[in-house]
Write a protein that binds this ligand. Structure first.
Ligand SMILES: Nc1ncnc2c1ncn2[C@@H]1O[C@H](COP(=O)(O)OP(=O)(O)OP(=O)(O)O)[C@@H](O)[C@H]1O
Ligand SMILES: [Mg+2]
Length: 344
């Protein structure tokens, strides 16, 4: 065998091995529940997430829903539809509640608009990226919650009605500390997300998340996920990781990991992640904002004008969300359709 052939054979062998390691992590996530990647800036979190997402996409009955706020996936990932959510698509509403013993209480809540477009996108496309151009962490978290909740309702009803279909949804959340830390988002959104998170795996809903520091995530979330650690910052190492890896062979080495090297903590296995090859086709935008054409009839009256300016709602926070028992009563025909549908 010539030297170049030997090098090729070695490279093929190592990339096959890398692929196998990635696939074993992917299947572990589906069996176990969730995955959290922690590494300092620029170590390769997004690259690793992209590799994982591409492997999840290859599994039947498995949908991948990606949320990003910095436009990276929409430029670099493979062919996948993406939908832009603008700041004005998530509006803030304020209830003023007067309880008997309380002088005044303000309660902030949100509403996600463009309902028909979002539902259509989720119905038509198996996998999707949501590019979130929302300007506050709370709006971003609320939008993610609204999509997760949408799938949770469907999965809950399927389970409730004893349907056989098993569909798995894998949510990719970059900068997950923005959604899963009660100090950065309102307690109400956090508690609702956490509630879904704690039962999600039993309903085939999985979270793959990334964050720069372990200490930024709420301990209740952290404790429930499997971990993949890259090179971490010294303070995170001293505060959390050092203790977590007390029985690990790679305890010291982790501070010297090269880009793309990860420790899968559950198995104490070091894995080099491959870079995703340059894709042949790029992501493409769906539901581009329409150019409004003036129609003959203009909305009449204040209420009609207001509702027409808002567009239709996808998700509105309401107290009924607290109750989780009689879902079928809230089921829209759209959701019945989704549940009965066997194919995407
Ligand atoms: N598996 C890998 N092998 C070799 N180089 C890699 C690998 N993954 C990432 N890199 C290099 O590191 C750079 C940064 O990767 P990436 O954007 O994924 O990091 P990140 O952890 O998501 O950064 P940030 O914290 O800023 O979001 C890439 O542009 C690439 O050059
Ligand atoms: Mg990144």
């Amino acid at each position: 065998m010539k030297a170049t052939q030997k090098v090729d054979a070695l490279l093929n062998h190592s990339s096959e091995k890398q692929q196998k390691n990635v696939d074993s992590i992917v299947h572990d996530v589906l069996d176990f529940g969730d995955l959290l990647l922690i590494s300092s800036k620029g170590h390769g979190k997004t690259e690793a997430l992209k590799t994982l997402a591409s492997r999840f996409r290859a599994i039947p009955n498995t949908r991948v829903i990606i949320f990003e706020d910095f436009p990276k996936w929409i430029h670099e990932f493979q062919a996948i539809p993406f939908m832009r959510i603008r700041d004005k698509d998530v509006i803030e509403t304020e209830h003023t509640i007067n309880l008997e013993d309380v002088f005044l209480r303000h309660d902030k809540s949100f509403t996600v608009l463009r309902g028909p477009e979002i539902e259509q996108a989720l119905k038509e496309h198996r996998d999707i990226i949501f590019l979130l151009q929302t300007e506050s962490i709370e709006k971003t978290a609320f939008f993610i919650y609204s999509i997760v909740k949408h799938f949770y309702r469907i999965a809950y009803l399927r389970a409730y009605k004893g349907y056989q279909k098993h569909e798995r949804i894998v949510f990719f959340v970059e900068e997950s500390q923005n959604c899963f830390d009660s100090s950065t988002i309102s307690k109400k959104i956090f508690n609702r997300l956490r509630k879904i998170f704690s039962v999600a795996r039993n309903l085939g809903l999985h979270f793959v998340m990334a964050s720069q520091r372990m200490q930024d995530l709420n301990p209740r979330i952290r404790a429930r996920t499997r971990l993949m650690l890259g090179r971490v910052s010294q303070d995170d190492y001293e505060l959390k990781i050092h203790r977590l890896l007390r029985h690990s062979e790679h305890r010291k080495e982790i501070l010297e990991f090269n880009k793309g090297e990860w420790l899968y903590v559950a198995k104490d296995k070091k894995t080099k992640f491959p870079m995703l090859p340059e894709p042949q086709y790029k992501p493409y935008e769906i539901c581009k904002p329409k150019i409004l054409v003036r129609t003959e009839r203009q909305p009449n009256g204040l209420k009609e004008k207001f509702m027409s300016a808002l567009g239709e709602k996808f998700f509105e926070e309401s107290e009924e969300d607290e109750e989780e028992t009689e879902w079928d009563e809230f089921l829209t025909t759209e959701e019945e359709w989704l549940i009965d549908e066997e194919e995407w």
